[in-house]
Design a protein around this ligand. Structure first.
Ligand code: MSP
Length: 642
């Protein structure tokens, strides 16, 4: 096996801030990079941002921003989040980097010189949101994008084409010969049947906007910019120095391109065809994951159901969140995000099963042997348990190598069950009572060794937590301990166990306010969407809402929240109400005391970050900020509004 490993995430569009889907791709890639390093492979891990194209140009324009400035800002947010999440990337590439642009031009010229690029006229439909060309027959209801449902534009312009059609047979041969080139299998089959339907040549330049990489100067065609997907895919080699010094090209081909299922076609068809044209080797694995949804619905800004990964990690712990994401859904399938499922995983898998095992041996060794743990009798007295553990561990890494992260973790937890079962079956406390100290200590030693092996293998998923457990068990997680404990199946050296505080404190209730998903089915076509203004209600329906004047008596910031203030509001009742309001960015708590507001008083009370909120303040928001709705002159608290 090649001792070098190269792992990539997709490069993220800068038209939007990072969300849970981006975090998912990045966390899986980070896990794989850490796993390869653990095995001693020299690893290069790339992430970055995709900054050109019509979508970004339009996003910047709609905000009255220059595209470069706008890209700088959003790209910075991605980088900051990955740094905050301790993502172990080696390079963060931006497609606006000068070196990248040079590499893209070099690749274009190489493919052109080879005869794989020709000039023609393009006529077809283009979805700006997906940055994808479609033929008329692919559209929904005449103009809808088959991928995202948004209306497409008819594009008619001069364009350079890449001879994708001439790579059809070579691609099919690759899928056939290299079983693992596209993962998981089901997704690979979809790619194969798409290619078998016939590939058309691909339009790879645009002339109707200019936010992109220009053609190489020697082509003498300055009005063309590269198609954003050609530009973007090439990042995987320009990051290694392609077209410049080739400094890190010895990491090529990529071991693992991690992508979402929506962009598999670009990676499993266009990208290998470009590579064939460039004469470069093909990636070892292109692995496509599914989507995170909420209540089965796609997340979108307009539905207000997007989950902010930073908020989740802050509220529940980054590594718990990583474990949840990798354990909860089979790789390749969609998964539904819910705080309840996350809490269950933390309390049950992590707290009751993983953490508790450590607590149990801390307790037992404390009582039996002043915290000293030995492996001396483990092999002799626990042959069966050790062989059961080894049987599972024999097949477990294959699962991770195939990205079956949920099955990988599931198997590691089966190993933990063997340890728990051993405690129950061998009752070390009875052994101690009967004077069999060696027997009791062998059970503790067995459990410590099982825990150590699981900890090493779980470390790519939960690096910091695993290091803490390893330290308590007297070793460090690194390639050496991986080789010793996992590959050579050696046992731990004797050590004195360190008492550490519980790693997975129990969580009793949901800790963050996540937007409630809409219950309506997703509305695909723009024309069917009703705005609030269009949906008429009766006066009776309006009066079902109780609006009252309230006077703010107390206001304080909610710790760990960027948005929330906790208010006590007098609405003319015996006790003031507690209202949790998302206005922290706009009002200082002190400025709110004794001011009046308008409150929705008959809203079902809700828990926000674990705090009861008994009402909602009315406010208006536009691009300049937010303003609370207040009576023009002071009114008695509790006066009704309407
Ligand atoms: N810029 C392109 C990728 C170019 S790679 C040469 C792009 N960017 S993206 O920002 O739109 O998406 C990046 C990744 O986020 C994709 O892998 C996509 O699948 C993933 N996700 C976006 N929303 C998602 C979910 N709701 N759930 C899981 N992942 C999803 O595409």
């Amino acid at each position: 096996m090649n001792n070098k490993a190269y792992v990539t995430t997709p490069i993220y569009y800068v038209n939007d801030v990072p969300h849970i889907g981006h975090a998912y791709t990045t966390i899986i890639a980070d896990t794989m990079a850490r796993y390869y390093r653990l095995k001693g492979r020299e690893t290069y891990f790339l992430t970055g941002t995709d900054e050109h194209g019509q979508k970004i140009e339009e996003a910047a324009k709609s905000r009255n921003r220059n595209p470069q400035e706008y890209a700088d800002e959003i790209s910075g947010k991605f980088k900051a989040l990955w740094d905050d999440f301790d993502i172990s990337y080696d390079k963060f590439i931006r497609t606006t980097d000068a070196d990248h642009k040079l590499g893209v031009q070099k690749a274009f010229k190489t493919m052109f010189d080879k005869g794989d690029i020709y000039k023609g006229d393009y006529e077809g439909h283009y979805c700006v949101s997906c940055e994808t060309f479609f033929t008329e027959t692919q559209l929904i209801d005449g103009d809808g994008c088959p991928d995202c449902g948004k209306p497409t534009n008819l594009v008619k312009e001069e364009s350079y084409f890449f001879k994708l059609s001439s790579y059809q047979e070579q691609l099919l041969k690759w899928y056939h010969d290299d079983e693992q080139c596209v993962l998981p299998k089901g997704k690979k089959n979809e790619v194969i049947s798409f290619v078998k339907q016939g590939l058309r040549d691909l339009s790879i330049t645009r002339t109707s906007f200019d936010w992109g990489v220009k053609l190489p100067e020697e082509m003498g065609d300055p009005k063309h910019v590269m198609y954003v997907w050609l530009d973007a895919l090439l990042n995987y080699v320009t990051a290694l120095g392609y077209g410049k010094d080739e400094e890190n090209m010895d990491f090529w081909p990529a071991t693992m391109h991690l992508v979402g299922k929506d962009i598999l076609r670009f990676h499993a068809i266009y990208w290998p065809a470009f590579l064939m044209s460039l004469g470069l080797p093909l990636p070892t694995h292109i692995a496509a994951h599914g989507w995170w949804t909420r209540n089965g619905e796609k997340m979108s800004k307009s539905k207000g159901n997007v989950v902010n990964p930073k908020e989740v990690a802050d509220a529940y712990g980054l590594e718990n969140f990583r474990y949840f994401m990798l354990r909860e859904v089979p790789f390749g399938q969609d998964g539904d995000f819910s705080q309840k499922a996350l809490i269950d995983r933390i309390n049950s898998d992590l707290g009751n099963e993983f953490g508790n095992l450590l607590n149990r041996i801390i307790g037992m060794s404390g009582k039996y042997s002043q915290s000293a743990v030995t492996s001396k009798d483990v092999k002799a007295l626990h042959v069966k348990e050790l062989s059961d553990v080894e049987e599972i561990l024999d097949g477990v890494e294959k699962k991770l190598n195939e990205l079956q992260t949920n099955r990988y973790l599931e198997d590691l937890w089966k190993v933990l069950t063997i340890a728990n079962g051993a405690i129950t079956a061998h009752e070390p406390w009875v052994k101690i009572k009967n004077g069999d100290t060696d027997g009791a200590l062998a059970v503790v030693g067995l459990v410590a060794n099982i825990l150590a092996r699981v900890t090493v293998l779980v470390s790519p998923v939960m690096p910091k937590t695993s290091s803490k457990i390893a330290a308590a068990l007297g070793f460090e997680i690194n390639t050496e301990s991986y080789t010793k404990l996992i590959q050579n199946r050696e046992l731990l050296n004797d050590f004195v166990i360190e008492k550490i505080p519980p790693l997975f404190p129990r969580i009793e209730e949901e800790a963050i306010e996540t937007p409630e998903p809409s219950t309506k089915p997703e509305v695909k076509k723009k024309k069917e969407t009703k705005t609030k203004e269009e949906s008429i209600i009766t006066i009776d329906q309006f009066f079902e809402t109780s609006l009252k004047i309230g006077t703010i008596l107390e206001a304080e910031e909610v710790p760990k929240s960027d948005r929330l203030l906790k208010l006590k509001v007098d609405v003319g009742e015996e006790n003031p109400r507690q209202v949790i309001a998302g206005i922290k960015e706009y009002y200082a708590p002190a400025d709110l005391i004794n001011t009046q507001v308008c409150i929705v008083a008959n809203l079902k009370p809700a828990k926000i970050m674990g705090m009861l909120s008994q009402g909602m303040l009315l406010a208006a928001k536009d691009k300049d900020g937010l303003a609370l709705m207040r009576p023009e002159t002071p009114k008695k608290s509790g006066s009704s509004v309407g």
